[in-house]
Design a protein around this ligand. Structure first.
Ligand code: EPZ
Length: 436
């Protein structure tokens, strides 16, 4: 079955949108359930493919998983987990298999994990994951498809050379039961990581920060569990996506269910681009303050501007009069979608030269610097979705065109945006998912 997203734009996005639970938290909590000796309940679960892919992998390991997308809840019970292998179903993959290394090693003293998939936005090596596992005393063998691990998890010193989200989460999941103390420095601090730490602490884990900001985990020898349901935080990428779309289309959106603290920097960037932002405890409203302004921005680990926001910001800046730049410093190959936007009328170019920004890991090697000439007039047509966040950016180009835009590879969009078609329709967009 082929799915096509058909968009007839030309109308501003207006209205209220309820932000769903964060994709990049819920799947990590699902993995964390394998550390618990009692059933674990998660609320505010988004109805996205990534949850299904993770649920499927956990079921193969013997975890009982009951997902009720209509109620946004999931129940997990790992007490009968019987297999030490984390493998995906045929043709399905995300980043989560490697995070199961720690829990499986704790339970079985060995683990086999299929190499992760997910969006093709760079090489996405696993060296930092293998590094923390080695530091915790684990023996590792790998081939092209899987990683085999064995050993007894023992506390150690982990000094990451880069603030990797996944490796930080993996190190936490592997160290909560490790014998002795683990100290993790230069770790990532994304809101979803803080939530994971919160949940592990509620389960009984011993996690603290030392005076140098390092995470110190003291392994426990008693079983961990959380008896109350955990509600996932609002998805900050989803929120910024709708805000950028509202601004680009000259609309007016009120978002509920998103925490301002998780999007400080992105809100400041939107304000600099010309947004009027009105924030209360319950909701954030975004509309235009006047004309859109060109900007120079760069991505970096949280609390700087997230790499997952740059795609929708690129389309937003394409509507400003003048030249903008986006310097992508997290993934070396995250601008392939610009070619697709250019097919729809965008005026984007990419280069390996970071000027006017500071040099980064990718200088003169990878096309990680985008120049945006605005305003672009999107004229509709056909384009191919290249990855999850590019999906929303391409849909925005469709919303900005009076003509029809058709997008293929819609599975990328559905992997991470909960009920996106219904939400866009409720904001006045003429968007349909066609299946043939
Ligand atoms: C997480 O990916 C998110 N995915 C990504 O969201 C997000 O873009 C990314 O963090 C950065 O914020 C999930 O949480 C499932 P990283 P992750 O390890 O953990 C390099 C989305 O659209 N690196 O922080 O895989 C890596 O190549 C997705 O929702 C190594 O070199 O990202 C990259 O350059 C896409 N070796 C940088 O670190 C390693 O072993 C950051 O990657 C691991 C990472």
């Amino acid at each position: 079955m082929t799915q096509i997203l058909r968009i007839k734009g030309g109308k501003p996005l207006k209205g209220k949108v309820k932000i769903s639970g964060a994709k990049n938290e819920v799947t990590k909590l699902m993995v964390a359930s394998t550390l618990f000796d009692r059933p674990f309940y998660i609320e505010n679960v988004p109805d996205i493919e990534d949850v299904r892919i993770t649920a499927d992998m956990l079921r193969r390991m013997g975890v009982d998983v009951a997902f009720r997308p209509d109620k946004h809840v999931i129940a997990l019970n790992a007490t009968r987990m019987s297999k030490h292998e984390a493998v995906f179903g045929e043709g399905k993959a995300n980043r989560l298999s490697i995070l199961l290394a720690g829990p499986l090693l704790h339970k079985f003293g060995k683990a086999v994990v299929e190499k992760p998939g997910g969006c093709r936005i760079g090489e996405r090596p696993l060296d930092l994951h293998l590094y923390y596992l080695k530091q915790l005393g684990i023996n590792i063998e790998e081939d092209d498809y899987q990683i085999s691990l064995n050993g007894k998890l023992t506390g150690g010193s982990i000094e990451f050379p880069y603030k990797s989200v996944g490796a930080t989460e993996g190190a936490l999941l592997a160290s909560v039961y490790a014998k002795g103390t683990t100290v993790i420095s230069n770790h990532a601090n994304e809101p979803e990581i803080i939530e994971l730490i919160k949940v592990l602490q509620q389960a009984g884990a011993m996690i603290e920060y030392d005076s140098e900001g390092r995470i110190k985990v003291t392994g426990v020898d008693y079983p961990l569990h959380v008896d109350h349901p955990i509600a996932v935080i609002g998805d900050r990428v989803e929120a910024i996506s709708y805000f950028a779309a509202a601004l680009a289309t000259n609309g007016d959106i009120i978002a509920e269910g998103i925490d301002q603290r998780h999007i400080f920097t992105a809100l400041a960037v939107l304000r600099r681009a010309g947004a009027k932002i009105d924030i209360t405890n319950e909701r954030i409203r975004v509309s235009r303050n006047g004309i859109l302004l060109p900007l120079n921005v760069e991505t970096d680990p949280h609390p700087a501007l997230a790499t997952d926001f740059q795609q929708v910001i690129a389309v937003l800046l394409s509507q400003a009069e003048g030249i903008s730049h986006i310097h992508e410093t997290v993934f070396e190959h995250r601008f392939t979608y610009l070619e697709q936007l250019n097919k729809l009328g965008g005026k984007f170019t990419v280069s390996t030269d970071c000027k006017p920004f500071k040099d980064c890991r990718f200088v003169n090697k990878n096309e990680h610097m985008a120049t945006i000439k605005g305003p672009a007039f999107y004229h509709g047509g056909e384009a191919e979705i290249t990855d999850l966040r590019a999906a929303f950016a391409l849909a925005m180009a469709g919303l900005l065109s009076d003509n029809v835009t058709t997008l293929t590879n819609v599975h990328h969009l559905l992997r991470g945006y909960d009920r996106v078609i219904q939400k866009l329709q409720s904001l006045g967009a003429n968007v349909e998912l066609e299946e043939s």
